[in-house]
Design a protein around this ligand. Sequence first.
Ligand SMILES: C[S@@+](CC[C@H](N)C(=O)[O-])C[C@H]1O[C@@H](n2cnc3c(N)ncnc32)[C@H](O)[C@@H]1O
Length: 214
Amino acid sequence: MGREFLTIFEGWADSYDSTVHGHDEEYREVFARYDDILNAVVERSGKIVLEFGVGTGNLTQKLLANEKKVFGIEPSKPMRDIALEKLRNHEVRIEDGDFLVFNQPKEQVDTIVSTYAFHHLNDVEKNQAISQYGMFLQKGGKIVFADTIFENEQTYSSTIEAAKHKGYLNLAKDLETEYYTTIDVLKEIAVRNGFAVSFTRFNHFVWVMEATKQ
Ligand SMILES: C[S@@+](CC[C@H](N)C(=O)[O-])C[C@H]1O[C@@H](n2cnc3c(N)ncnc32)[C@H](O)[C@@H]1O
């Protein structure tokens, strides 16, 4: 569920890697320090990792290079195809599924990761997802999600206004349409579901949330 934005990725799959490397001016700041962000998620991960919203497989590739076992979930077929081609020399499974409806790996996962994807769920769905993960992670298991998150509603609104002012109309529409949220909302969801949580900022948009099951 939360699949209402998938058509965007049907059209974006082929040029996605060029966007993350700063070739799309509107999204340059969103993807600033992209590699640092992915590396930060890898550093915070254990050995057996479930990844949501794999996209073109950039985080997956880094996880595998660091000897993690990865179970990947990605709802967009064009994205899955690019990831599978990129990772063809690795032992990795990337299945159709989403944050809420997916085949749970038979092996006990110690970390659930995702980058630039959790905002496809609204806040009610985000709570459903974290609650579900809380039930199958063991004590000490982690959720490590990097995504655009705002400090508060005011910075969310001013960021949209700034994007419009610069003529970044695609970015402004994206920020207005998809389900970006605030630190306080995510903190409340994590704590309610039995996690201790911290946030680290990487650029104007992106924070890494590290939630540890208590
Ligand atoms: C901006 S891309 C991020 C890709 C990759 N994780 C990265 O960091 O470069 C967002 C990805 O989330 C996927 N996605 C969209 N809705 C989703 C959902 N409900 N559950 C899981 N993934 C979803 C999209 O298909 C897309 O591949």
